[in-house]
Design a protein around this ligand. Structure first.
Ligand SMILES: NC(=O)c1ccc[n+]([C@@H]2O[C@H](COP(=O)([O-])OP(=O)(O)OC[C@H]3O[C@@H](n4cnc5c(N)ncnc54)[C@H](O)[C@@H]3O)[C@@H](O)[C@H]2O)c1
Length: 510
């Protein structure tokens, strides 16, 4: 079968559905591939790059007569007319919002697969173009904001004075929001974020931001997407949005409820109350925007000097990388559609991923597909019957802990007092080492346990040296103890090296 990649007809589009690398991967599945001349020019994929990779570069006629046409944007009416009957078209096509396109594809008697309708389930992640795009776009939103902001993100104390870090507020912590949080934190900003789905709080924190808590009833989502807010929830969050936005230098909004217009979250009064020079990037601009005053694809400056960016081509501003990601998502889809790697596309309607993205099949309308239960919900664990419930370990109270410490200290003190003079100094050091070690090591964060291991290696080294000195002592008990100490410390040292080697192996490319 021939897969064709046309030049995108949408004005200003920089993306291409295949790069030289991904086109080659399609050929290894048994397909012939043709790319329209100039299709990859804006994504650093020249005709020569395709030809050098052994991919044919052809004309528009070559492309539109192919068995399978793979695009980024939905085909225009004219393009649908150019497809031959029985062909397959694969592209993003927002079928939920484009009933006329679905009808047109059906009339043309083609099979249409919507890349933007891949269900958000773990198995389909490698084909999820919306996540690929949102990830790049979230990063780019921060870059655009930093450019407009015109000041540093990171805080510094210099001889010439102190620079405060920029304060970034991210609304919505889905794919784009988390990417924006990661980029802004990496640039040194103080980042705060909010999402209506409480289950994302942990992810927000792991990306380096603080999750803004709002005191309202919210449920863990059953499908990884938010539901529309109740009037009560809206009232509870409105004040928070106002307060956070006014305190921020940069606001990045990504709130989305699938199939609905973007919720308006930042009101005009809030924008009017923000500082001169602040920046808002409204990533939801294509769906109507989360901010009052956003204009699609425009840069607007409010009367009080707040810049609002409503760009909808953020992913396309990093065209080479986004095309590579999109192309890889396409290759992963074709791996699924070509189980025999024989260059023959087979569509399996019993597979939820393939069914979920099929808009028409040989002209038959297949949209909408049956709902897929995707789940971000933690598994519901049935509560254990009260009788079987494990009794909780009694916790030490503050007073109990003090008593325990005092008891141990008294025992050690008695031991030191009763021991012969040469041993007293050693026992005192030993007792102090236990106390200091307990407090120092006990408070080391989990993330720092690996460097802590190297410290224990150093301690083991000292033990080995001490034990070796004792080995020559004319007392068999001392010799046995010294040999035992050498053995145990050596296990620690060599075990430490083995673990380190294994961990380093996880980062090596091969
Ligand atoms: N501008 C661009 O170039 C560009 C590129 C890619 C994606 N996008 C847009 O970015 C937005 C986010 O995309 P995504 O893939 O991250 O979507 P997503 O579904 O992964 O994330 C959206 C998040 O918004 C949250 N949300 C919904 N309502 C909310 C509310 N009232 N308050 C706070 N959070 C709320 C949801 O819980 C979810 O976590 C979409 O509107 C998408 O169209 C824009």
């Amino acid at each position: 079968m021939l897969i064709a990649v046309p030049r995108e007809s949408k004005t200003g589009e920089t993306l291409v559905a295949a790069t030289a690398k991904t086109a080659t991967q399609l050929t290894s599945l048994g397909y012939d591939v043709v790319v329209e001349s100039g299709a990859g020019d804006s994504a650093d994929q020249s005709d020569d790059a395709f030809t050098d990779a052994g991919i044919r570069v052809g004309t528009a006629e070559d492309v539109w007569g192919a068995d399978v046409v793979v695009k980024v944007n939905a085909p225009t009416e004219e393009e649908v007319g150019r497809l031959r009957q029985g062909a397959t078209i694969v592209s993003m096509m927002a079928p939920m919002r484009s009933p006329e396109l679905v009808e047109r594809l059906s009339e043309a008697g083609v099979t249409a697969l919507a890349m933007d309708a891949v269900p958000r389930i773990s198995r389909a992640q490698s084909m999820d173009v919306l996540s690929s795009m949102a990830n790049v776009a979230g990063y780019r939103a921060v870059v655009e904001a930093a450019h407009e902001f015109g000041r540093m993100f990171t805080g510094q104390v210099t001889a010439a004075g102190k620079i405060n870090p920029a304060r970034v507020f991210v609304v919505g912590a889905g794919v784009a929001g988390l990417a924006a949080i990661g980029a802004a934190s990496a640039m040194g900003a103080v980042v705060r974020a909010f999402d209506v789905r409480p289950e994302v709080a942990e992810q927000v924190e792991s990306m380096g931001a603080q999750f803004v808590e709002v005191d309202f009833e919210s449920e863990v989502s059953s499908d990884g997407y938010a539901k529309e807010m109740t009037a009560e929830q809206e009232a509870a969050t409105a004040a928070m949005y106002d307060e956070e936005a006014r305190a921020a230098d940069i606001v990045i909004t990504t709130a989305l409820i699938p199939g609905r217009p973007a919720p308006k979250l930042i009101r005009a009064e809030t924008v009017a109350g923000m500082r001169n020079g602040s920046v808002i990037v409204d990533m939801a601009a294509a769906n109507g925007g989360n901010v009052e005053g956003t204009e699609t694809d425009q840069r607007v400056v409010s009367e009080n000097g707040v810049t609002i960016l409503g760009y909808t081509d953020l992913a396309g501003r990093l065209a080479a990388q986004t095309s590579q990601l999109y192309g890889t998502n396409v290759v992963n889809l074709f791996k699924l559609l070509t189980p025999e790697k024989d260059g023959q596309l087979t569509l399996d309607m019993d597979d939820v991923v393939q069914r979920g993205m099929t808009v028409t099949r040989d002209g038959e309308v297949m949209w909408p597909p049956p709902a897929v239960q995707v789940s971000a919900t933690p598994k519901q664990v049935a509560p254990a019957p009260a009788a079987e419930a494990k009794p909780e370990k009694p916790k030490l109270t503050e007073r109990g802990r003090l008593a325990l410490v005092a008891g141990v200290a008294a025992v050690l003190f008695a031991l030191i007092a009763a021991s012969p003079a040469p041993l007293q100094l050693n026992l005192t050091v030993f007792a102090l080492a236990i106390v200091i070690g307990y407090y120092v090591i006990g408070h080391v964060h989990h993330a720092l346990h690996t460097p802590l291991m190297s410290v224990t290696n150093a301690i083991s080294g000292i033990i080995v040296v001490g034990a070796l000195v004792q080995l020559g002592f004319d007392n068999s008990a001392v010799t046995v103890l010294a040999a035992l100490a050498t053995l145990l410390a050596s296990i620690n040292i060599f075990g430490g090296f083995a673990v380190t080697r294994r961990m380093l192996g996880m980062f090596s490319r091969s």
